[in-house]
Design a protein. Structure first.
Length: 385
C-alpha cells in the first residue's frame, strides 16, 4: 500500500471516529430534552427529529389557530348523575356510541376543582420553565422509575425523536412516589396530591359508567381492583418548534391502560385518527378528554377500540397537557371479560396480558402505533395469531 493511500485511510478513519463522536454528543444533547435544545440556541430542528415525508403532519400554524369544526362527543357528568333510570339508559347509549365510534369523548361538569386544575397546570409549567440544572435532577432513562423527567416518546427505541419533554409520576401508591417528586417549584407536590386524588375519583366514576355502557355488570371486585389500580400521571411539555411541519410532539400511538383522562391547556395540538384521517381536538375550557386504552380494548374483547392519536407542535406557543393513565394494579392480568366472550358468536380475541409483558415490549421495541396490542391479538376462532 502506498504511503498516500495509508494517509488517506488514516484520515478517513479519523473522520469516521469524529463523526461517531459528534453523533454521540448530539444524542447526548437530545436526551436533555427539546426545551434544552432551544435554550442552547438551535434555530431549526436537528435531523434526528425530522420525520420521513409520509409521516409528517400536513397542517399549518394557521389551521391550528383557526381550529377545526370537529367536535368530540360531550358527556355531561352532572346530567348523568341526576337522570332517572329511563333517561339514563339513553345517556349510556350515547356513551357506548362515543366509545365505539370515536374511542374518545370529553367530559364536562366532572366535579374536579377547576381552580385546582389550573394550579396543577401552572405548577407543572413552572417545573419546565426552570433551568436545565434543576430539571435534570429527575432525568433517568429507567422506564421503571417512579419519577422520571425525560423527552421524546420512547427515548430508548425512538428512531425519530419527537418534540416533547415530560415528567412522569407513578402515582400508585402515592405515598411512595411523593418523596421522590420534584420539590421545586415548591407547590408542585401539593398540587399533585390534590390533582391525583380528584382525578382518581373521576376515573372511578367514568370507569363505572363505561362498564355500564359496555353492558358488563360493574362487579364489586373489579371496581375494588381499580381503586388500587395503577395510575401514571404524565405532565407533557411541548415547547415551540422551529419546524412544526417536519416533526411531531408525539407520534401516532394508543395509550396502554383502561382509560386516559387528559387535561390540556388552551393551545391546540391533540389529533385523533377517525375515519381514516386526522382531526384536531379544539381544547374545550375546563373539560377533560377521555380516551380508551389498549387494556380496555382487551377487556371489552374488542367492542371498544383504543384509538390512535398524536400531537402537533407549533412555532409560537408552548403547549402543555397532563395525561392521567389508569388501569388495574400492576400485578393484575388483563383479559377479556367473561360476559363478552362467546355471546353473539364472538370468541376470545385477545390473549391475557400484564404490565410486565408491556414493559418488556416497550424496552425493546419502537412502541408506537398500536404495535403492542397487535402482539396480544388472537385470531377470531380463539387460536394464537
Ligand atoms: C399522551 C398523549 C396527548 C396530548 O400523553 O399519551 O397522548 O394532547 N397526550 O398531550
Ligand atoms: Ni396518548
Amino acid at each position: 500500500m502506498g504511503l498516500d493511500m495509508m494517509v488517506e485511510r488514516n484520515t478517513s478513519d479519523q473522520e469516521e471516529r469524529e463523526e461517531e463522536e459528534e453523533e454521540k454528543a448530539a444524542k447526548n444533547r437530545y436526551t436533555k430534552g427539546v426545551k434544552h435544545l432551544l435554550e442552547i440556541g438551535i434555530s431549526s430542528v436537528p435531523k434526528d427529529y425530522i420525520l420521513p415525508p409520509q409521516d409528517r403532519p400536513r397542517v399549518t400554524d394557521k389551521d391550528l389557530e383557526h381550529g377545526s369544526n370537529f367536535c368530540l362527543p360531550v358527556v355531561d357528568m352532572a346530567r348523568l348523575r341526576s337522570l332517572s333510570a329511563a333517561d339514563r339508559i339513553q345517556a349510556l347509549e350515547a356513551v357506548d356510541k362515543a366509545c365505539k365510534e370515536y374511542g374518545f369523548f370529553q367530559v364536562v361538569n366532572h366535579g374536579m376543582n377547576e381552580e385546582g386544575m389550573r394550579r396543577m397546570m401552572a405548577a407543572g409549567r413552572r417545573f419546565f420553565e426552570q433551568g436545565f440544572e434543576e430539571r435534570k435532577k429527575w432525568m433517568t432513562s429507567d422506564i421503571r422509575g417512579k419519577v422520571r423527567y425525560g423527552t421524546s416518546f420512547n427515548q430508548i427505541n425512538d428512531t425519530v425523536f419527537c418534540w416533547r419533554d415530560f415528567l412522569k409520576l407513578n402515582c400508585q401508591p402515592l405515598q411512595e412516589m411523593l418523596p421522590l417528586c420534584p420539590s421545586s417549584p415548591k407547590d408542585l407536590r401539593d398540587e399533585v396530591v390534590s390533582y391525583v386524588e380528584e382525578i382518581q375519583v373521576l376515573f372511578l366514576e367514568i370507569m363505572a359508567v363505561v362498564l355500564e355502557a359496555l353492558g358488563v355488570r360493574k362487579e364489586e371486585a373489579l371496581m375494588e381492583e381499580f381503586e388500587e389500580g395503577s395510575h401514571m400521571l404524565i405532565v407533557n411539555y411541548f415547547p415551540p418548534c422551529p419546524n412544526p411541519d417536519l416533526t411531531l410532539g408525539m407520534p401516532p400511538h394508543s395509550d396502554y391502560g383502561f382509560l386516559t383522562l387528559l387535561l390540556q391547556d388552551d393551545v391546540a395540538g391533540l389529533q385523533v385518527y377517525h375515519r381514516d384521517r386526522w382531526f384536531t381536538i379544539n381544547p374545550l375550557f375546563n373539560s377533560i378528554v377521555v380516551n380508551i386504552g389498549d387494556h380496555l380494548e382487551i377487556f371489552s374483547n374488542g367492542r371498544y377500540k383504543s384509538v390512535l392519536h398524536r400531537v402537533l407542535v407549533n412555532s409560537t406557543k408552548p403547549r402543555m397537557s397532563i395525561a392521567s393513565l389508569h388501569s388495574l394494579p400492576f400485578s393484575s392480568t388483563v383479559r377479556p371479560a367473561a360476559a363478552l366472550i362467546d355471546d353473539a358468536g364472538r370468541g376470545r380475541l385477545y390473549k391475557d396480558t400484564d404490565f410486565a409483558a408491556f414493559l418488556n415490549y416497550i424496552s425493546s421495541h419502537d412502541a408506537n402505533r398500536k404495535s403492542f396490542l397487535e402482539t396480544r391479538k388472537l385470531t377470531p376462532n380463539g387460536q394464537r395469531g
